[in-house]
Design a protein around this ligand. Structure first.
Ligand code: BDR
Ligand code: CA
Length: 313
């Protein structure tokens, strides 16, 4: 099978960075057509910078990086410096990027690429708020049936919220965009907190990254060192949850994950539960399934894969 063509839509974020590194380290399975940056964990200027820093860390400065939407469709931007630090990528001391941003807007790149490539050949991998993807779908609905699959990190069901009691960050930041994407009709695979909170970087797992003895291994270990303090304090967990790498790991080893094909809708009006992903896990409604909502993963298999792939960079 030829590698799957993907576009990674991202707001790096230490866990976004690891997701990108995993994709770049896996050319046998994944061909990264480009990265599109969106405002999320930190403002757009920083996510567009961080995305390029990650490409350069991986020695992949040829990957085109596009800046996209700088705010949600209809709301003020909420950011997460309290988790990711002031730059969004706190932890390692990485050089400022020297590769340039592309001139085109991320939304233009999404639309043009989906129109140019054979229908059903491009997978979208959103790792942040869904503003860029929803804007592209609203501006050019003809691209929706051309999408092979959307595999995204977002939402929560049994695990409930991380930014509010009910909502996960990526969906909460732009619930209208999420609603557009979840209703679009493209095949959708969702990595919610239910899964990503099982992808925990324990001490020995982080030591395995460090023991690679490479710039990438060290940077990843330093990123998770920084990123873990928040979740350790909040949840009393053993380490940082690698949310976004679940998306790219799924493209390489889907059998590591299990879930259910169910109806998932986004709350866009209630002040109390704004951005909640209402997943009909138990099939108690007759609403049509629109997403494969993951619930579990083989955590050790995931970390073995990640460590083995990062060693290639
Ligand atoms: C998601 O929010 C961000 O902080 C992370 O990068 C991840 O995409 C987890 O809720
Ligand atoms: Ca992210």
């Amino acid at each position: 099978m030829p590698p799957r063509k993907i576009i990674i839509d991202t707001d790096p974020g230490q866990d976004d960075a690891v997701a990108i590194l995993l994709a770049l380290a896996s050319p046998g399975e994944i061909e990264v057509l480009g990265l599109t940056a969106v405002a999320g964990n930190v403002p757009l200027e920083l996510t567009a910078r961080n995305a390029r820093m990650v490409c350069e860390l991986a020695d992949h400065a040829h990957i085109p990086v596009f800046a996209g939407c700088d705010r949600p469709l209809g709301r003020a931007l909420v950011t997460a410096e309290h988790v990711h630090g002031k730059t969004g990528l706190d932890g390692p001391d990485l050089p400022e990027p020297s590769m340039a941003l592309q001139d085109a807007h991320a939304v233009e790149f999404l639309i043009e690429t989906l129109r140019r490539e054979p229908s059903g050949s491009v997978t979208l991998c959103p790792l942040g708020p869904l503003t860029n993807i929803a804007t592209a779908f609203r501006q050019a609905p003809d691209i929706i049936p051309r999408v092979a699959e959307i595999v995204l990190m977002g939402g929560a069901y049994f695990e409930v919220g991380n930014i509010t009691p009910a909502a996960e960050f990526n969906i909460y930041v732009d619930p209208e965009a999420a609603d557009t994407v979840f209703r679009a009709g493209a095949p959708l695979t969702v990595m919610p907190l239910d899964v990503t909170h099982k992808a925990l970087v324990t001490g020995p797992r982080n030591e395995a990254f460090r023991a690679l003895g490479t710039p990438v291994g060290n940077a990843v270990a330093q990123m998770t060192d920084f990123f873990e303090r928040f979740d350790k304090e909040k949840y009393g967990s053993q380490g940082a949850p690698l949310h976004d790498p679940c998306v790219t790991a799924y493209l390489i080893r889907p059998e590591l994950f299990s879930g259910r094909h169910v109806n998932v809708e986004i709350e866009t009006t209630s002040e109390l539960t704004l951005g909640m992903t209402v997943a009909d896990w138990w099939g108690v409604t007759d609403r049509a399934p629109n997403a494969t909502f993951m619930g579990d993963l083989d955590a050790q298999g995931f970390f073995d894969l990640l460590t083995e792939r990062l060693a290639r960079l």
